[in-house]
Every structure is written in structure tokens, then in C-alpha cells.
Design a protein around this ligand. Structure first.
Ligand code: BES
Ligand code: ZN
Ligand code: ZN
Length: 493
């Protein structure tokens, strides 16, 4: 989409739509006042009658505005000005975009609300506007003939100066929005479209497009690398596993390397511990961790951040074919630990065990892994909050802060050592599940065995990476959660 900045007032700007935001308290800002005057005081009267409240999520459409150069006006409620944060602001704007992007060949002019420029900064507001316009116009109807939303032919942002800084902020927003869209698209692709090899090919194409190096390890190479836990999971399918490694070296030598590790189970049937249909229907999305890593690394590279980031994506399909790994089997992970399988549906941690150990062996300095790891995390934190687990508090604080700065909801969970006792096995070094209670934590304690002393944060995104139903601010399906947070983390560390 083509974005530009303009100093025209919203009364002068020509567009299919003018989008403005108003808060619940305080006066109209200058841009809104000028619109109000051109509309002969309509907005003031609507406010007095409480038809226009500025409450968060409220949308007011004026479908015919003869005194403006634009065809129509949409007003997004931003909530109370002292509560205005970047995440909520983005949600309000994207809600409006999703409402109006249904027709083809439309143009849009957006006013930067003064309240937003005060609450964060003008640049942050511009960046987020470009980001959510990019996300809000995209459609999840991958397999539909008719699309329900379309990009605008031109987007003009009003009220911010045409400086290099502001243009850069918009460019950053577009890159972030496109990265979120890439992650969402991968999550939504059905499992016979997106499987380990096709995911690896897409990663290779993305890497080539942005000019970064990488490797794809096939099943033989994974065997040579002693990745027995990951390979066990893939035994029940004809589709061979892959591991993708992508290296972005923007920092040069001497700068620490951040590893982003993603669970990429392209379909999780549960294996012989078969899932019931109701639990299996969304399991094409069990590669969201890997898709988030790919989305984030493309954005980090396009933004040319002065950092070194390596993405590791463990790609397998968990099926029930004749060779499927069995309950009671003992598998040997890359670091030599033996694992007794008590449940083949706890496969993500087996995949990550080997990929984490591989990253550690390659001397990365810090690790963040992302995984749709446990239903228990969704029970604990709900569908919208990411669970964070760590062996290193300062590193965890960095991840929590980056997430909060970009408005992604996250909560740290405890890592008491007694949870690890549940993983003791009679026959092997450990087993792959604990008891029913605290299942998200025992999963994290399992992973901890494979990262040695490397500062590591595990993010369980089982809830927030996939929306089971649509809402005003987002489509059903992949959400792209944590792409923005990872990019921010790379900027700040
Ligand atoms: N992919 C699932 C976790 C999941 C559940 C993701 C719901 C998204 C939504 C994972 O592989 C799994 O099946 N975990 C089991 C672990 C159990 C067997 C210890 C679970 O959560 O039930
Ligand atoms: Zn599973
Ligand atoms: Zn899974």
C-alpha cells in the first residue's frame, strides 16, 4: 500500500474516507474541531446527545459529508486519554479499518490524534497507524473466491510533518504490519498446503528476498545431528521433518547473537495419544511459534537493525502412521538425555528440546523460544495472554518490557524446581509429561533441561496466537502475536 504524509486539513483532504480518533474525555483537537465546523456543529451535538462518546471500540460513521472534500467520515473511540496506550490505540484504529476496507479502489486519509501523539509520541503513533492499516486491510480468506477486505489504493496521513523521521516511522509500521501478515498467513494455511518441507521452502524464499543466509536440514542431516527427540515425533508421517536456520548478521562480529526458536508442528493430531476432533480442528496452527520467528526475522532484516539474530524453526508433522512413536518408547535427545514417552501429544517439547540444544551448541548468547506448547497455559492465562517462563530474570524482564512497550499482553509464570520432580522416569533420564496440574510449568521445566546456562525465555503462545472466532479488531485465525514484541526486543538488546 502507498502511504504518504500531508499537511492538508481533514476538511480539505480528498479521500473515500477520513478516519479520526477521539477520546472519551477532553476537548476535540484542532483537526476534529475543523471537521465539526465544516459539518455545522454536528459532532458537538452528537457528543452532547451522547451519540458520540469516544469510548474505546466505538465507531461512528458519517456516510455522506457534503461539506468535506472526502466522501465519508469514520470516527474511532480511543477511550480515556490517561489510559491511552499503544496497544489499545492500535486496536481502535484497526477496528475502524476493518469496518471500512470492504470495497475495492478506496482511498483513506487518517488524522493523527493529538491525544495519541501526547500519550506515546507522534512517531510511535505514525508507526502503529501504518502497521494496523496494513494488517486491517489484509484478509484471512486464503481459500475464498471473494475477499471481504481490500487494500486502499492510497493512504494519506494528515497532521504530521513530512520529515524523514516521520516517513521512516511509517516505513517501519509497514514492515511490521507485513511481518504480522506473513505470520498470520502461514498459521492459516491448511496442513496439506503447509507441511515441514513447504514451510522450509517458504522460509528459503523469504530469506532470499531479504538477502539473508540460512540452511535447511533434512531428515538425514537431523539424524547426523543426533536430533532423536525431534525425529521421533516425525515417525508417524510420510512427510519428513525439517529444521530451518536463518542468520541475520546486522551486528557484525563481537555483537551477541539472539536466538529465536520456534515450534513448527505443521499439524498436531496428538499422535497415538490422539486428540478428540474438537481439540484437533485448530491444530494446523501448531506451527505458530515457527511462523512468528520467520515473521520477526524478516522484519528485523528489512529494518536493518544492528543486531545478530538467528532463527531456528523445528518443523514436523505429528501423525499416527504405522511408524508412529509409541507410549513407553525411550528416545535420545541431541544432548544425550533419554526421554520416556508418556504421551505422544506432548510433542512440541520434544521438537524444541533438540532445536534448543542445537542453538546452545552453536553458542548463541540469549534465547527466546515461541511455542503453542500447552492447553494448560490457556487455562491459566486465558486466550489473550502470552505465558513467559525463564531461567534468567534480567533477560525475562527485557522480554516482558519489550512486549509491554508494543502492547502485547504477557505474564511471567513461576519456575520452582519442584515442578521438575514430576518429570522423573523409572526407565530414562526423564519423561515427557508431568501431572495434570501446572502443566504449562512442567512443560517449561522440561525445556529448561536443554538450554544449559544460556539465558532463555520460553513463551507459550497456545492461546493468543490463534483466535477461534473473529472479533471487531481481528479476524479468526492466526493473529501474529509477538512479532512486534520480538522486533522491539531485537531493537533494544
Ligand atoms: N499443541 C498442543 C497444545 C495446544 C493446545 C495448543 C491447545 C493450542 C491450543 C500440544 O502439543 C499439546 O497437545 N499439549 C498437551 C500436553 C499434555 C499431553 C501434557 C496439552 O496441552 O494437552
Ligand atoms: Zn500435542
Ligand atoms: Zn502441539
Amino acid at each position: 500500500m502507498k502511504f504518504s504524509l500531508s499537511q492538508l486539513s481533514p476538511v480539505e483532504a480528498e479521500a473515500s474516507w477520513i478516519l479520526i480518533g477521539i477520546t472519551e474525555d477532553g476537548e476535540f483537537d484542532e483537526a476534529v474541531q475543523s471537521l465539526d465546523e465544516a459539518l455545522s456543529g454536528s459532532l458537538t451535538r452528537m457528543k452532547e446527545r451522547e451519540d458520540l462518546t469516544g469510548k474505546s471500540g466505538e465507531l461512528t460513521i458519517i456516510p455522506d459529508a457534503p461539506h468535506l472534500n472526502a466522501d465519508r467520515l469514520i470516527i474511532a473511540g480511543l477511550g480515556k486519554s490517561d489510559k491511552l496506550k499503544i496497544g489499545g490505540f492500535g486496536k481502535s484504529i484497526v477496528t475502524a479499518i476493518r469496518k471500512i476496507a470492504s470495497k475495492e479502489d478506496q482511498t483513506l486519509s487518517v488524522c493523527v490524534p493529538v491525544s495519541a501523539s501526547k500519550a506515546f509520541s507522534e512517531e510511535s503513533a505514525l508507526e502503529r497507524i501504518a502497521d494496523v492499516v496494513t494488517v486491517g486491510c489484509s484478509t484471512q480468506g486464503l481459500y475464498k473466491e471473494e475477499q471481504d477486505r481490500h487494500e486502499f489504493t492510497a493512504v494519506t496521513i494528515l497532521g504530521a510533518e513530512e520529515t524523514k523521521q516521520n516517513q521512516d516511522a511509517i516505513a517501519r509500521g509497514c514492515i511490521l504490519g507485513e511481518a504480522v501478515n506473513l505470520t498470520r498467513k502461514l498459521v492459516n494455511q491448511h496442513p496439506d498446503d503447509l507441511y515441514p518441507d513447504s514451510f522450509a521452502q517458504i522460509s528459503a524464499d523469504e530469506a532470499a528476498a531479504i538477502g539473508i543466509r540460512g540452511e535447511i536440514l533434512d531428515e538425514h542431516m537431523l539424524d547426523d545431528e543426533n536430533m532423536g527427540a525431534l525425529l521421533a515425533v516425525s515417525k508417524g508421517t510420510d512427510r519428513p521433518p525439517r529444521m530451518v536456520v536463518l542468520r541475520y548478521e546486522g551486528g557484525g562480529e563481537g555483537i551477541p547473537t539472539l536466538a529465536l526458536v520456534g515450534k513448527g508442528v505443521t499439524f498436531d493430531s496428538g499422535g497415538l495419544s490422539l486428540k478428540p476432533s474438537a481439540g484437533m480442528i485448530t491444530m494446523k496452527s501448531d506451527m505458530a511459534g515457527a511462523a512468528t520467528v520467520l515473521g520477526a526475522i524478516t522484519a528485523i532484516a528489512k529494518l536493518k537493525l544492528p543486531v545478530n539474530v538467528t532463527g531456528y524453526m523445528g518443523l514436523v508433522e505429528n501423525m499416527t502412521g504405522a511408524g508412529a512413536y509409541k507410549l513407553g518408547s525411550v528416545v535420545t535427545a541431541r544432548n544425550g538425555k533419554t526421554i520416556e514417552i508418556h504421551n505422544t501429544d506432548a510433542e512440541g517439547r520434544l521438537v524444541l528440546a533438540d532445536v534448543l540444544a542445537y542453538a546452545v551448541d552453536h553458542k548463541v548468547d540469549k534465547i527466546v523460544d515461541l511455542a503453542t506448547l500447552t492447553g494448560a497455559c490457556v487455562v491459566a492465562l486465558g486466550e489473550d495472554v502470552v505465558g513467559a517462563f525463564s531461567n534468567n530474570q534480567p533477560w525475562c524482564e527485557s522480554v516482558l518490557n519489550s512486549s509491554r512497550e508494543v502492547g502485547e499482553d504477557i505474564w511471567q509464570m513461576p519456575m520452582y524446581d519442584y515442578f521438575a520432580e514430576q518429570l522423573k522416569s523409572e526407565f530414562a533420564d526423564c519423561k515427557n509429561i508431568g501431572s495434570r496440574w501446572g502443566g504449562a510449568i512442567t512443560a517449561a521445566k522440561f525445556l529448561e533441561q536443554f538450554v544449559d546456562e544460556t539465558p532463555w525465555v520460553h513463551l507459550d503462545i497456545a492461546g493468543p496466537s490463534y483466535a477461534e472466532s473473529k472479533s471487531a479488531h481481528q479476524d479468526a485465525g492466526g493473529t501474529g502475536v509477538m512479532v512486534r514484541a520480538l522486533v522491539r526486543l531485537a531493537m533494544e538488546n
